[in-house]
Design a protein around this ligand. Structure first.
Ligand SMILES: [Mg+2]
Length: 119
């Protein structure tokens, strides 16, 4: 069986490295802002889940999420927002925009794995 594919969207290289270690059983596709993530979605039709940062250059996580939810080909892909603590408004707006779940930074590895497995 092919490993499930996760699109990681975050401008922090450290987060990408962390996810590489933590999510070894998944196949990861990397993007560093919303625009790059949209390009990746177009190229990898079989993305199973998206892990999404909010604050990023060029296109923010919320803008990206709105575009995903407005596109019939992508709207069913579950999106998990990885939010920085103290940015509750972003989280609420993200859930309103159709995110399936949110995880606060700093997060526990177990918490992240559970949310991913559930979705
Ligand atoms: Mg960021």
């Amino acid at each position: 069986m092919q490993p499930r594919k996760i699109l990681v969207v975050d401008d922090s290289k450290l987060i990408h490295k962390m996810f590489e270690v933590l999510l070894r059983q998944y196949s990861l596709v990397h993007a560093y802002d919303g625009l790059e993530a949209l390009e990746n979605l177009g190229r990898h039709a079989e993305i199973d889940l998206i892990l999404l940062d909010i604050n990023m250059p060029r296109m923010s996580g919320l803008e990206f999420l709105n575009q995903v939810k407005a596109n019939a080909s992508f709207e069913a892909i579950p999106v998990v927002i990885i939010s920085t603590e103290g940015k509750e408004e972003d989280t609420i707006r993200g859930l309103e925009a159709g995110a399936a779940a949110y995880i606060k930074k700093p997060f526990g590895n177990q918490e992240l794995l559970e949310v991913i497995q559930r979705l």
